[in-house]
Every structure is written in C-alpha cells, then in structure tokens.
Design a protein around this ligand. Sequence first.
Ligand SMILES: C[S@@+](CC[C@H](N)C(=O)[O-])C[C@H]1O[C@@H](n2cnc3c(N)ncnc32)[C@H](O)[C@@H]1O
Length: 235
Amino acid sequence: MADDRGIEDRLAIAKTICDSPPRVHPNAPNGAVWRTGWRCYEFIASQISPGDRTLETGTGVSTVMFTAWGCEHLSIVPSEFQANVIIAYCHEMDIATENLRFDLRPSETALPGLVGGPEFDLVFIDGAHGFPLPVIDWYYGAGLLRRGGVVVFDDVKLPAVRQLLESYLDRDDRWQMIGGTAVWRAYRRLSEGPLDSDELLQPFFQIGQTGGLGPIRRLLADVVPPALRERLRRS
Ligand SMILES: C[S@@+](CC[C@H](N)C(=O)[O-])C[C@H]1O[C@@H](n2cnc3c(N)ncnc32)[C@H](O)[C@@H]1O
C-alpha cells in the first residue's frame, strides 16, 4: 500500500484508513477508535516524507498512517491488545510493518529511556491526557526532536495540554506555532537537545498569564524591538 508519490497518495491512504478504521479502542463512542480531526492527519501528511523518523504516544489510525506513509515509526502504548489490533490491520490492508515498532510501556516510563538516542522528525503527543502526562510526553518526546522537527498535540482543550501550550510553548521563541484548530496544534522546534532550561531563560513563563494571550504576546514580541522589549520587561 505504501507506494508514495507525494501528498496526494498520503491523503488517499489516510482516507482509506479513516473510512475503515482498525477496532483498536472498542470502548470509543464509534466502537472502533478514539481519533482526532481529519485536518490533523492532513497536516501531519504534509509534514512527513517516507523514511522520516516519527514517534507517537498512544496508538490508533495515526499509527497505521505513519506506517503506511513509509515512516520509521515508534508507537508507545501500554496495551498489547491495541498493538496486536494495529499489526493485524496493517497485514489485512497489505501495509508493510518492518518499520513499525511498539513499546508496550506507559510513555512516562518508556520515554526517559530514549534520551541520548537518535532524533525524530515528528512527534505526535496523543497518549494519556491527565496532568502531568502530556507535559512529560512533551519534555522527553519533543526533547528528541531535531532542530526544525515538528511536535503535534491532540486534545488541546484538555487542561493539561492547554496549560502547557498557553503558559509555555506559545510564549517561547524556541517554538513556532505552524498549524492547528481548536482540537490540535503543531509547533516547529527552533532549538535542539534536551528541553531542560534554566529559569533565567524563561522570562515569558509567569504565574497568572494563561488565558489565550500567548499568540498575541508573541506577535507583539515580533514587532517590538528587542531593546525596547528588555526595557519593558525590567520596568
Ligand atoms: C486518543 S487515543 C490515540 C488516538 C490516535 N492518536 C489516533 O489518531 O487514532 C489515546 C491512546 O493513548 C493510549 N494511552 C493511555 N495512557 C497512555 C500512557 N500512559 N502512555 C502511552 N499511551 C497511553 C491509549 O491506550 C490510546 O491508545
């Protein structure tokens, strides 16, 4: 199935998978899969190329897409049942699985073990959504992104994700928002290496500043000269 001739092929593959998804999450309202909006998959399809190294927390139709698109893909999900459903579905759909790997541990346990290993081109954070798990997934997962790589968050309305984005990523010049809807959001990484960062490098991170002003602040920061910005910060 992975005869990739570009974005059109990738979208056709994604549509086939969405039209007839694997029954990987039988408790989902549709009886098959907890998936995100079509535009998120469309966006991810526009960001990857065959051979890219991709990582996701959780599994679902996204896993099948990364695999069918020819990515070297790692899905971290603590469910052998779900992994087996995805592999069986790939076989049924004639999707090669040599480049698909599962780590069957919770992401908060598995991800720290990847530190120091090869970098990724794209990381999709869509595993556990309770605080602080999306933050842990971002810290370790997006910490493995190459400079210029992309992190995509699903369920950005949920507090643990929203808090991270509004209080931190939206304000940090080391991340550039490059896409999203009310459901998901994507950022390009403009730095490299682990994401630990001294508080002196986080003047933008302040208590009481959440509430959706992040993108506006970033826009203003882009038009206000750095010297004036520094004066304003000190005043
Ligand atoms: C919303 S679903 C993922 C949907 C998938 N991204 C898609 O687009 O079809 C969330 C997934 O996260 C998994 N999950 C739950 N807790 C997790 C954890 N601690 N670490 C990794 N995955 C987890 C669930 O089992 C489920 O597979």
